[in-house]
Design a protein around this ligand. Sequence first.
Ligand code: ZN
Ligand code: ZN
Length: 257
Amino acid sequence: MILTSLSSSSQGNIHILENEDTVLLLDCGIKFNRVGSILNSKYINGVLITHEHGDHVGGCESLSLNKNTYFYGTKETLDRVNVPDFMKKAVEPFKTFRIGTFKIVPFEVKHDAVRPVNYLIKDDISGAQLLYITDTGYIDNLIFKDIDYFLIECNFDEEWYQKEELTRTEEIKSKRLLSMNGHLSIQKTIRVLTNSVNHNTKKIILCHISSGFEDYLEFQNRIQELFPKQEVIALQQGIFLDRTIKLFKKKDVMEFE
Ligand SMILES: [Zn+2]
Ligand SMILES: [Zn+2]
């Protein structure tokens, strides 16, 4: 299984998850002309959409004009995505579905979107499970077992917004970020990971880091310190087409990047 992250953060989120047989996109927040050099050569079996915000769906329309594929999301999300109806496949939380050799379980999250979901994805070929968590402010219900790979939001640091002098704009932003319908702060990300990381977990990939936190490696180091047995990788904000992360089921397999 290979994860290629094309873009991360509120500038646009789009990741390719593929095995030998099936290619999925996780969200599609960048227009096709900016990621076409990578996507052109691929048959895309399906696009998993979490919610209707532009940084997650902004590339769907242009993708639908260039590729024959299907867009998966809740009905409420798909109603807000501008792609032809025959390309839409509505999903329901906790109703498992398949795309090729991937088995997928959508689950509800809390965010200021209409009916967002995140996804647990199992690769039939390797047996590995990847959990994609992003754009959620409430995580106390999120406990997972046997996750090999986390692709998890680590948006901001709560402590930064607790300083005394916030501008009016920062104050408004902090209210949204910290709410139940906001985003995962590093503190919340750590809580999810503490509940769910176990000896099977190999990699923790931090995504959707806010552009305000330019030192994304600081987030990586803080989480790496807490989870020394896992490899922690923070995705830099913005479009980087060449970020390929190989995911193997067995820890003792050599990796070649
Ligand atoms: Zn987002
Ligand atoms: Zn969002």
